[in-house]
Ligand binder design. Structure first.
Ligand code: NDP
Length: 302
């Protein structure tokens, strides 16, 4: 029987592991399908406190992980495929067929990038959701980024250093991205803004060669010749396995109050319970809160 299992190994799971390990709970971290989470796809993180200069996401994750390991956290390269939280002893089933029993669980499964739903055969053939993963393929080429949030603008700025041209396509005439990113994008010569415009269809023989777009005001359609398209329209929480096991909101995020879910002994941290501020530092902070709550729960129980 494990005292505490942490599901997920992004900044939320790893911070929870650091705090739980220091509290002598010997946490077991189920790393998940994408160990390290979304930071593994982030080039430069410049807003995580404590680093004067930008730090690559994977390096930040590696430091957190080694810190957790040094303090006594254990890691398992496996993912959650089922769970039973109806009894006091929580049961977790993994992809490799193991069943783990635990006194307490912290869910930090994160969120994944959303697709438009019209990508069809072009997914991975010119359409991507990760500029830092796939941007290098578009050196000197024409790309578009779809979306108007921080992710879309960050990706457009990143791609502007690689591609010949970047067209930023957004469905409204104002961005929800932070003003500083908007200013940087506006000041970048090879970023063009295409506002009040939505993508309608990807075109091309074997891979993307063009994107048909429609102006939402005029209804006019046009075809943009492109080599690649990056979809940056938000995220969905990773809660498919958790449906019916803990309370979720209408968008599928875990309903958590200060780390506590609807089930005693089950806690949540990071993007899986955070609709608004999907920041590494907020994820880390909520991992701390969930671990402290789990520690208190275990103390009261034993
Ligand atoms: P957001 O939800 O903030 O933005 C999604 C964007 O995609 C919006 O502009 C939205 O348009 C648009 N969109 C959504 N659905 C569609 C669709 N079907 N077709 C066309 N456009 C669509 O997601 P982000 O991933 O950008 O950001 C998530 C969180 O992560 C935010 O809190 C953000 O601040 C944070 N973040 C922070 C970063 C940083 O600080 N360095 C970097 C990246 C993200 P509309 O505006 O019209 O709704």
């Amino acid at each position: 029987m494990e005292k505490l299992v942490i599901v997920g190994s992004g900044p939320a799971g790893l911070t929870a592991a650091i705090y739980a390990a220091r509290a002598a709970l010997q946490p077991l971290v189920l790393e998940g399908m994408q160990p390290g989470g979304q930071l593994m796809q982030t080039t430069d993180v410049e807003n995580f406190p404590g680093f004067v200069h930008p730090i690559p996401g994977p390096e930040l994750v590696d430091s957190m992980r080694r810190q957790a390991e040094r303090l006594g956290a254990r890691f398992m390269a496996d993912a959650l495929t089922g769970c039973d939280f109806t009894e006091e002893t929580k049961k977790l089933v993994t992809m490799t067929g193991k069943t783990i029993e635990a006194e307490a669980v912290i869910l930090a499964t994160g969120a994944t990038a959303r697709w438009l739903g019209i990508e069809g055969k072009y997914r991975g053939r010119g359409v991507s959701t990760c500029a830092t993963c796939d941007g290098a393929f578009y050196k000197g080429k024409r790309v578009a980024v779809i979306g108007g949030g921080d992710t879309a603008l960050t990706e457009a700025l990143y791609l502007s250093q690689i591609a010949a041209s970047v067209t930023l396509i957004h469905r409204r005439d104002t961005f929800r991205a932070t003003p500083s990113l908007q200013e940087k994008a506006a000041a970048t010569a090879n970023i063009d803004l295409l506002l009040e415009t939505v993508p309608e269809a990807f075109l091309g023989e074997r891979k993307v060669e063009a994107l048909r777009v429609r102006n939402v005001k005029t209804g006019e359609t046009s075809e943009l010749p492109l080599d690649g398209v990056f979809v940056a329209i938000g995220h969905d929480p990773e809660t498919a396995v958790l449906r019916g096991k803990v309370a979720l909101d209408e968008s599928g995020y875990i309903e958590a109050d200060g780390g506590r879910t609807s089930v005693p002994g089950v806690f949540a941290a990071g993007d899986v319970q955070e609709r608004r501020f999907k920041q590494a530092v907020t994820a880390a902070a909520s991992g701390c809160v969930a671990a402290l709550e789990a520690e208190r729960y275990l103390q009261e129980r034993n």
